[in-house]
Design a protein. Structure first.
Length: 599
């Protein structure tokens, strides 16, 4: 191009003025608000009435919202060289980072991606396991029912059967998810990001690599506590189930941890309770003995926020929320908090169970709702938390307020327990929070990194230092916004070998994945595995594992071409979930939605 033509091409960009930029932002926020509200309503319909029609509507609404954001983001590039006031500059940045999934510019691929997302969420939400046992012929269990059994059963064979059965929901989605990753990363590249992971990590007011390093630094501070807890839990489970079920070294079989993903362990407190701990109160039993129903569980949460000075929830919250799983249709039960109209139409969506865990989940979810309402008067682009972590921090902080003193104040305990016996209470907190850290770390922010501190939901494990329970169980893990599927590398997911002579999830020392830096041993009986890598026998499949000490930087299996440890392909191809560091499964809201995901 000739020099004078280059000059002419640059003139429109240079001619932009501050009034034009402010007018553009005002128009963009109005258009985004309308598109977001439409996508939210379509997403709510899809999550609470799973069928082909609701999937189609949600996909169309998502596609429209994404196209609107992309078009406005590209239009915003006109103002890149213009000096803007701080507030306007912030809005311009948030506009370009508004999406967690970007569809490619190609119309056919854009439509394909949004339909893939809707289909995978519905498949995941309606997944069931029909047991083969003669007594259970024809009886199919959904995730809520299976989770209840896993929280209370202490039969390792039953737990392994349920774990394997439900995780079979994953393989049918393998092809869809692989394509989803490909298309979403293509869309991110069209906006100038290396991949979707780089786009996500750009939302924390620091360079993406700096954010990753900071997360690494914080993890190193708490890692020793996690390693000690891991060794203690492994020893206690070995004492309970024996050496044929729980190895003395290496990962813990995930199905024994009381949770479908092994990332929260408080449901097995009865096995792990310290010998010198005072008898802990059983909030689940208290709630059931007092015949507290699902709505009253939520009212306890509302009264908590009212005691802090917040206004009561709107009447529409009680009319439109989903509290109990309907008997006439499939729904996505995973707990989430919704701000459907970015104003006062607050809702929660969960299939409430009367339990201590759900009591905390409700407080957490309402923390999202009250936070959503707190910024309803802000401009549209500011009607969200400063970054993805703030919402979860609010929800988790509220959940930590459920102490014996609080339960006494609201009449669920006759008197608070003596603080001198708090070792049991602290252990419960560790099993819920410390146990979750590696899982949250590896699942909540980061893909496409060469040195992953955080990653997408891995196809190699459901929790730090735990192993999968089946040679066939490629999982459909938990998730929001990563749409519940582990990764594009799901086809080669390693799992624990099944032995005919023992429990189906035995992780033998000869086949367990090895880390160069395994968990430290609490004593000789829980000694860490040797740092020497051993290949599995030809007839075995290696346990799925990433070691908590190395957070997945050295993963089994080694490459076929060499004996070196290799980074699995999902570090650079997968997507992360925007969901937070809690122990509940998440729904997948529409991409344009302001749904927040708590426990």
């Amino acid at each position: 191009m000739k020099p004078f033509l280059l000059l002419l091409a640059a003139l429109p960009l240079a001619a932009q003025t501050l009034p034009e930029a402010l007018a553009f932002l005002e128009r963009a926020e109005k258009e985004l608000l309308a598109a977001s509200n439409y996508a939210n309503r379509a997403g709510w319909l899809q999550s609470t009435y799973i069928n082909e029609d609701s999937e189609t509507q949600a996909a169309l609404a998502n596609e429209q919202y994404i196209r609107k954001v992309i078009a406005l983001s590209r239009e915003a590039n006109r103002f890149d060289r213009l000096a803007l006031p701080a507030e306007a500059a912030r809005k311009m940045k948030l506009l370009k980072l508004n999406l967690t999934m970007v569809t490619p510019s190609n119309d056919a691929e854009s439509t394909e991606l949004t339909r893939l997302v809707a289909r995978m969420e519905s498949t995941y939400g309606s997944g069931k396991y029909c047991r083969d046992a003669a007594a259970d012929k024809g009886k199919c269990l959904d995730l809520v029912q299976i989770s209840n059994i896993m929280a209370t059963s202490r039969d390792p064979k039953e737990l392994a059967d349920l774990w394997q059965g439900w995780h079979r929901a994953g393989p049918p989605m393998r092809k869809d998810y692989t394509r989803f990753v490909e298309l979403a990363n293509k869309g991110a590249r069209e906006l100038g990001f290396p991949d979707s992971g780089a786009m996500w990590r750009s939302k924390y007011d620091m360079p993406p690599d700096a954010f990753a390093k900071e997360v690494d630094r914080l993890w190193e501070q708490v890692k020793p506590l996690y390693v000690s807890l891991h060794a203690y839990v492994r020893r206690k489970l070995r004492d309970k189930y024996g050496a044929d079920v729980v190895p003395a070294r290496g990962p813990i079989p995930a199905h024994l941890l009381g949770n479908m993903w092994g990332q929260s362990w408080e449901n097995i407190y009865d096995i792990l309770a310290p010998a010198n701990a005072a008898k802990a109160y059983d909030l689940t039993k208290i709630l059931k003995d007092r015949k507290v129903d699902e709505l009253e569980m939520v009212r306890y949460g509302e009264r908590f926020f009212s005691s802090l000075g917040f206004a009561p929830l709107p009447k529409t919250f009680w009319q439109r929320s989903l509290f109990v799983k309907p008997g006439d249709r499939e729904v996505v039960c995973h707990a989430s908090a919704w701000d459907v109209d970015n104003d006062e139409d607050l809702r929660i969506k969960m299939c409430i169970q009367i339990s201590e865990e759900e009591f905390g989940v409700i407080h957490h979810e309402l923390g999202h709702n009250y936070y959503q309402r707190a910024y309803k008067s802000k401009p549209y682009l500011f009607r969200d938390s400063a970054n993805d972590g703030f919402h979860e921090a609010v929800g988790d902080t509220i959940a930590l307020s459920i102490t014996p003193e609080y339960l006494t104040q609201i009449g669920l305990l006759d008197k608070a327990t003596d603080p001198s016996g708090d070792i049991g209470l602290l252990m419960k907190q560790a099993l819920a929070k410390i146990a979750f850290l590696p899982f949250g770390l590896i699942s909540t922010s980061g893909a496409g990194r060469s040195s992953p501190a955080r990653s997408p939901r891995p196809s190699t494990t459901r929790s730090g230092g735990s192993c999968a329970a089946s040679t066939r169980a490629s999982t459909a893990g938990r998730g929001a916004r990563s749409f519940s599927i582990p990764s594009a590398s799901i086809t080669s997911r390693p799992t624990c070998p099944i032995r005919a002579t023992s429990s189906p999830t035995f992780c033998s020392s000869s086949s367990t994945a090895r880390s160069r830096r395994p968990p430290a041993a609490a004593d000789r009986s829980t000694a860490a595995p040797s740092t020497t890598r051993k290949r599995p026998a030809p007839s075995s499949t290696p346990c799925s594992k990433w070691a908590p000490a190395s957070l997945g930087r050295r993963l089994w299996p080694p490459s076929a071409a060499s004996a070196k440890w290799t980074r699995p392909p999902w570090w650079t191809t997968s997507l992360r979930s925007r969901s937070g560091s809690t122990n509940r499964t998440r729904a997948s809201p529409p991409v344009g939605s302001r749904a927040a995901h708590g426990r």
